[in-house]
Design a protein around this ligand. Structure first.
Ligand code: HEM
Length: 193
């Protein structure tokens, strides 16, 4: 029970900047593009944290006792992506005739920038849906591979960031850190803690 409350509190704390972005979007003077960018950056940040927690805990054992918090971080990344998507729909509404935003969204869905975003979202969906004890029991040994879909999702999200964002350098730097830490999964430390 205590753990559930802690997960909920962490999730709520991580969602604070997204709620703020959602709130700002209610203001008619808000800059929708800036809010899409901000929410995307938060989604990327939480996803990057979620996928580096396991390798970091393998490299530095004391962190392992905090790994149960990963569920809140992963679910915050998914929910942040939901807010990002919703703000994108609002931004597209600004360019379209009334009701025409979906046609615009469909039109650009297959450009490299958008396709990588949609694909990342599709890969995040199964681990997010399976992020509870019931799914863990039902899926058994298949649960871990489902959760690992977060890794290709993070790779696609970084690609998405690199393509849509002016600062390719930031996406590359993040890819270096996130990708570099994944090497710990392949080459675990041989030193006994
Ligand atoms: C659901 C499908 C997605 C759509 C339609 C979408 C759409 C967009 C759009 C239109 C932008 C450009 C914002 C701008 O600079 O004006 C953007 C930027 C971005 N998106 Fe997404 N996105 C999606 C999924 C994701 C996912 C899954 C992540 C990460 C978990 C993500 C992270 C980012 C980041 C980091 C940026 C760059 C922000 C910046 O400019 O600083 N997006 N996205």
């Amino acid at each position: 029970m205590k753990r559930r409350l802690a997960l909920l509190a962490l999730w709520a704390a991580l969602m604070t900047p997204l709620v703020q972005a959602w709130w700002q979007a209610q203001n008619p003077d808000a800059d929708p593009d800036a809010l899409v960018a901000a929410s995307g950056t938060w989604a990327m940040a939480w996803l990057a944290v979620a996928v580096v927690m396991t390798p970091l805990a393998r490299a530095w054992r004391p962190l392992a006792r905090w790994l149960w918090l990963r569920r809140a971080v992963g679910l915050a990344a998914f929910a942040a992506t939901g807010v990002h998507l919703w703000l994108y729909v609002l931004a597209m509404r600004g360019f379209a005739e009334p009701g025409g935003e979906w046609a615009l969204i469909a039109d650009e869905a297959f450009t490299p920038g958008m396709l990588t975003g949609w694909a990342a979202l599709a890969l995040l969906l199964p681990p997010a849906l399976a992020s509870h004890d019931g799914a863990m029991r039902v899926l058994g040994r298949a649960w871990k591979p489902v959760q690992r879909l977060a890794l290709p999702a993070a790779a696609l999200a970084l690609l998405h960031m690199a393509v849509v964002h002016d600062g390719l350098a930031l996406a590359l730097a993040l890819a270096g850190v996130v990708g570099g830490l994944q090497l710990v999964r392949i080459f675990p430390s041989s030193r006994k803690a």
